[in-house]
Structure formats: structure tokens, C-alpha cells
Design a protein around this ligand. Structure first.
Ligand code: NAD
Length: 496
């Protein structure tokens, strides 16, 4: 039985915990380990360790910080299979998908290796006679990262490498459902030479999150998770004077125009709808079929779904289980609700014959046609392998549907008309847009984030916005005095 505890000051926590949670292997349905839940007092002790380490780390040279990050990059690369295996064992996603997540995380580490360029300020000589002005960006101190279950390595890596490269100390609170990858990452940072206490992991639930949100030493919070919790974290964190970016849930629409290549669109809908069992914040959950493509598109999608193998992520299947039994029950209840509401269940994943143990949290890929905007399968984020097709008559109706949705994380348009695609990217109220690309996740050097109920705060993750989030600016105005600068003048300083 795996016992996962906090990682603090460069080593596993030695003080135990009054409360613990169970970790499941979703492919077997069995408990595979236990994870310690931090109390508010534990969090206070961890933040104190981080603050002390952070005071020295902020003074480490850029050369020192980048040398550590290059070493982290090497270690994560060498151990990527081990990290991926941990993800599959606790999250359930298939091994190739877990490896892909580690790869996307590596790209952020590589971006963070370039911190000397991205943190650079500006300099203006002679803003006034013999007066220079320059800007610098400095770390915040201790920052907290709170991450969701669905990307146990990649989402922490959206933030941690950049925060550390910028000179901060980090306390990461990963999801209690699949906590092991985060702990391994912290060990690898330590092995790479990061000073003890700069990167700490506390495990737990709401008690640990609240303690971080209320702790006066924590200066910023990067949160990723569901919209209600994102809103709560944003409101409580900012009320306590912290800088907060809180990325929330999603309902991502893929609009298919009549001139699109319907085979490519069907491939994309299946890949983006059912990859990682739909447990991706950038998963496509709604296909908006613009007349007259509906019938053909639904046929093409459903015929492709017949080839999807659902089963244990270690057995070369296409799609793994859902993360917990509770989540399986919730997603299944949405399928029940879709049928009751009158949507056409073209493919019904309930009772799927999975290639795995009987008690695994299985639900096969499910396709609903003739979904309407008031049905709960349309209004709610399901976060499972359930794809809904909504039929509309025109581009304008498609756009109005997407823009009326409260979420605004990602969207895609499939078309061969460049003008229509350009119009969509201009008019749609969503943060990340794909043109013939179903999951338009920005690369590390751009920033990731949605609009509306998909993001609370004004900073997206990684890229230039990430560097900006984890630093604060100073502007220095400097004059090296000589006797000609003397004299009294109480007027407002003006350029001379
Ligand atoms: P969640 O909101 O349940 O949990 C996220 C984090 O918050 C976890 O660390 C959890 O321990 C903590 N938490 C849970 N309940 C809490 C509470 N009441 N008070 C304080 N903290 C609490 O999310 P999840 O189920 O782990 O992840 C799935 C969700 O994350 C989906 O909604 C998905 O869309 C979203 N997500 C969004 C993005 C994005 O970039 N916008 C990326 C990945 C996942």
C-alpha cells in the first residue's frame, strides 16, 4: 500500500497526519494507497519553511536558477516513463496520454530555462538630463499552486518552474485523488540541486486550501479546477490581499461549417471528445453542426467510435476509466438525464465491455444527437466521455450559441473558408481558439487560459503572463550626483 505524505524542506514530512484520504486505481476500483491530509497547522509549518528558503533563493543569480532548471529538465526527461506510469496508476488515463502530459510539462520547464530573457526589464538613458530610468521585476515570496486531478503533472508544471525561475518559493497542493506525481516532481527538483524548501508539496483537501488562502505569508495563488471552487478561491484569496489566477471549468464547442472536410472533422471530434475519457478542460464536449452537415457528421463520428477500445491504460487501450466511482456515477447520471430529456443516444457507453477488471470505473464513449441548449447534458460541464451534437441552421446561430455559453475556455471551428475562420476568431468570446485544430492548447511560450466562467483573475498561465504573474515590477529613476545638481526646488519634477 502506497503512503503519500507531504514533501517539505527537501524531504518527506516526518510528522504524520491526523487525517488521510484513499487513493484508488481507477482501472481496478481498488484502493492502492493513502494520502496524508494537511491541517492548518501543518500548512503554517510548511509555509514557514518555504518563506525561509525563499529569502535566500530570491538572491540566487539567474545563472544559478537556470542551471537548476536545466538539471530538472534532464531529470524529468529521463524519468518521464516513471512519472507517466504513476499518472496512469492513479488517474487512469492511458499510458501514451500520460506520457504526452509529461511532455507538455517539460515544455514549460524548457520555457522557464529562458528566464534571463523573459524576466528582463527595460532601460531608458537620459529621461531627464543625466537621469536614467529602468524597470526590474522581482519575485513575490511564497506562492501557492492548487491543482486538479486531471493533469497531475502538467498543471503543476504550468506554474512551478516559472515561479521558481522567477525567484519564488512554492507550496503546491495537488489533487488528493492522484497525488503521487506531484511528490515525485518535487523530489526531482531537489535532486536537480534546488535548495531545500524552495519547492514544497502539501497534500490535502479544503482545510489545506483554506489555510493557504488565509496565510498572510502566501502572496499569490495559482488555482486550476472546477468553476465553483475557482470562484471561491479567487474571492477568498483576493479578499485576503493576494494575487490570484483561478482557472475554472469548461464546455468547449467545435463548430463544423458546411464546407469542412467532414472526415477530418469527425476524426477531430472523436479524438478531442474521448481522449483521456473526456476529463480534459480542453476536451470537446459539444459539436455544433451547421446545416446540412448533421446527419453525415453524426454517422462519421459514430462509425469511428465503434473502434475505440475502453480499458486499462496499461493494456494499450484507447480510453481509460473515469477517475473515481463517484465521478463515474455523476457522469452516468448525465447520460441518464440526456436520455430522459429526449436527446438521441446514438452511442450509449453505459454497460461498456471494458478491457480491464470488472470493478474499474468504466464508461464507454457516448454520443448524443439532437441536443438542445436547455438540456443538462448541454448546460453542465460533464467531464466525461459524453459528446453532444447540437444542430443549427447558420454560422450566426452557431456563434450565438457559443457566445451565450457561460464558459469560455476553448473552441474550434472546422472549415476550409479562411474568411469564416478569421471572422470566428474575431467574434467568439473564448480564450483559446482552434482553426481545424480541436484542442488548441497554447505552447509554453504563449499563455493558457479561458474567458468568462473559465477564468477568474486577469492572468493566464505560463508564457509572458506567467512570468508577469510571479513577479512584481519596480521602476528606478537614478541620477549620479555631481555639484551641478544642487539647489532647492519644491516644484513637481519635470524633464529638463
Ligand atoms: P476541483 O475543483 O474539484 O479540485 C481542484 C482543487 O481544489 C483540488 O486540489 C481540490 O483538492 C481542491 N478543492 C476541491 N474542493 C474544494 C473546496 N470545497 N474548497 C477548497 N478546495 C477544494 O476540480 P477537479 O475535479 O480536481 O478537476 C476537474 C476540474 O478542473 C474541471 O472542472 C476542469 O474543467 C477543471 N480544469 C480546468 C482547467 C483550465 O485550464 N481551465 C485545466 C484542468 C482542469
Amino acid at each position: 500500500m502506497n503512503h503519500v505524505t507531504h514533501f517539505v524542506g527537501g524531504k518527506p514530512w516526518e510528522h504524520g497526519s491526523a487525517r488521510q484520504g484513499e487513493i484508488f486505481n481507477p482501472a481496478t476500483g481498488k484502493v492502492s494507497g493513502r494520502v496524508d491530509f494537511a491541517s492548518a497547522a501543518d500548512v503554517d509549518a510548511v509555509v514557514t519553511v518555504a518563506a525561509q528558503a525563499g529569502r535566500a533563493w530570491r538572491d540566487a543569480s539567474l545563472a544559478k536558477r537556470t542551471s537548476v532548471l536545466f538539471a530538472v529538465r534532464q531529470l524529468v526527461h529521463e524519468r518521464r516513463d516513471e512519472i507517466a506510469a504513476l499518472i496512469t496508476a492513479e488517474h487512469g488515463k492511458v499510458l501514451s496520454d500520460a506520457a504526452g502530459e509529461v511532455q507538455r510539462g517539460l515544455e514549460i520547464i524548457e520555457y522557464a530555462c529562458g528566464i534571463p530573457s523573459t524576466i528582463r526589464g527595460g532601460f531608458s538613458e537620459n529621461v531627464s538630463t543625466e537621469v536614467d530610468s529602468y524597470s526590474i521585476r522581482q519575485p513575490l515570496g511564497v506562492v501557492a499552486v492548487i491543482s486538479p486531478f486531471n493533469f497531475p503533472a502538467m498543471v503543476p508544471l504550468w506554474f512551478v518552474p516559472i515561479a521558481i525561475a522567477a525567484g519564488n518559493a512554492v507550496v503546491l497542493k495537488p489533487s488528493e485523488k492522484d497525488p503521487s506525481a506531484a511528490t515525485l516532481l518535487a523530489q526531482l527538483f531537489a535532486e536537480a540541486g534546488l535548495p531545500d524548501g524552495v519547492f514544497n508539496v502539501v497534500h490535502g483537501d479544503r482545510e489545506a486550501v483554506d489555510a493557504l488562502l488565509d496565510h498572510p505569508t502566501v502572496k499569490a495563488v495559482s488555482f486550476v479546477g472546477s468553476t465553483p471552487i475557482a470562484k471561491y478561491v479567487y474571492e477568498r484569496g483576493t479578499a485576503n490581499g493576494k494575487r490570484v489566477q483561478a482557472l475554472g471549468g469548461a464546455k468547449n464547442h467545435m463548430v463544423v461549417l458546411p464546407d469542412a472536410d467532414l472526415d477530418l472533422a469527425a476524426d477531430a471530434a472523436v479524438n478531442a471528445g474521448f481522449g483521456s475519457a473526456g476529463e480534459r478542460c480542453m476536451a470537446i464536449s459539444v459539436v455544433v453542426a451547421v446545416d446540412p452537415v448533421g446527419d453525415t457528421l453524426v454517422d462519421k463520428i459514430s462509425s469511428r467510435m465503434a473502434g475505440i477500445r475502453t480499458g486499462d491504460g496499461l493494456r494499450g487501450c484507447d480510453m481509460g476509466p473515469l477517475v473515481t466511482r463517484q465521478h463515474l456515477e455523476k457522469v452516468t447520471s448525465y447520460v441518464d438525464a440526456g436520455v430522459s430529456a429526449g436527446a438521441t443516444a446514438v452511442v450509449d457507453g453505459r454497460g461498456v465491455e471494458a478491457d480491464g477488471e470488472g470493478d474499474g470505473f468504466w464508461l464507454g464513449p457516448t454520443l448524443f444527437d439532437h441536443v438542445t441548449p436547455e438540456m443538462s447534458i448541454y448546460t453542465d460541464e460533464i467531464f466525461g466521455p459524453v459528446l453532444s451534437v447540437v444542430r443549427v441552421r447558420t454560422y450566426d446561430e452557431a456563434l450565438a450559441l457559443v457566445n451565450a455559453n457561460p464558459y469560455g475556455n476553448g473552441t474550434a471551428i472546422f472549415t476550409n473558408d479562411g474568411g469564416a475562420a478569421r471572422r470566428y476568431q474575431h467574434e467568439v468570446e473564448v480564450g483559446m481558439i482552434g482553426v481545424n485544430v480541436p484542442i488548441p492548447v497554447p505552447m509554453a511560450y504563449y499563455s493558457f487560459g479561458g474567458w468568462k466562467a473559465s477564468l477568474f483573475g486577469d492572468s493566464h498561465a505560463h508564457g509572458a503572463e506567467g512570468v508577469h504573474f510571479f513577479t512584481r515590477g519596480k521602476v528606478v529613476t537614478s541620477r549620479w550626483l555631481d555639484p551641478s545638481h544642487g539647489g532647492i526646488n519644491l516644484g513637481f519634477p519635470t524633464q529638463q
